[in-house]
Design a protein around this ligand. Sequence first.
Ligand code: HEM
Ligand code: HEM
Length: 194
Amino acid sequence: MKRPQYLPLFRLWHWLTAFSVLGLFATVALRSTFLDKKANAQIILNKLASISIDQEQAVAVAKAIRTPMWEWHYLLGFLLAAAVAWRVFLMLRGQARMPLLKLLQAQGLHEKGKAAIHLLICLGILVMTVTGLFYYFCDSESFHWVKEIHQSLLWPMVILVLLHIGGVLTHELSTKECIVSKMIHGDEEASQKR
Ligand code: HEM
Ligand code: HEM
């Protein structure tokens, strides 16, 4: 009998992670488009042309409008930190594999590629969480490099997640293994039948 891989607590970890990472991407996307402080400050200046306010005041108003949305970045950030702690707990209990071990044990190029992407996603999430939490609690100019690491990992993370979702969907459509369904409903039954 094959050991089930997609146990309930593992699935919970996966969807908690996916939900918070996709939500974090959304907050960053909103911050740099509809709620961009410079673009919105310009709209405020144009619309309030009859009242004399300067660029700095307009940016302050634009930032105040953005703040409630950006609070979600922190909320989702703490959720992601909880998911990281959850994953460590699962690995200690033997209910999830160590991503590095999974890569070392993977057979064949395809399995190795998949395991490498999973490892990079896990490492990326870990660095994002540590730098994000550090910057949240210690917002000082002398630690600006921490924020730079945090910011510069955005695009690598987006690319890794797109590769992951693309790979999962390709696998789903080209095989009968139904991995997406297993990640939702589990594979305990399928493992018992074998
Ligand atoms: C930001 C979003 C996501 C992140 C960060 C993420 C992260 C991960 C990670 C790290 C793994 C490897 C787990 C392990 O074995 O240690 C994984 C596996 C998996 N993910 Fe995601 N995931 C995301 C979104 C999705 C979505 C949207 C789907 C469904 C369409 C999905 C379906 C799966 C499946 C089916 C597996 C198992 C792959 C296998 O065992 O071959 N993921 N995910
Ligand atoms: C996949 C995960 C994450 C991504 C992609 C991400 C992305 C970003 C980006 C791009 C910025 C810069 C925004 C800008 O200045 O335009 C940022 C800022 C920030 N992030 Fe994250 N982040 C993630 C996770 C986290 C986590 C887990 C926390 C922890 C609470 C966090 C806390 C912060 C803080 C404190 C800032 C600075 C905000 C500011 O200066 O106004 N982030 N993040």
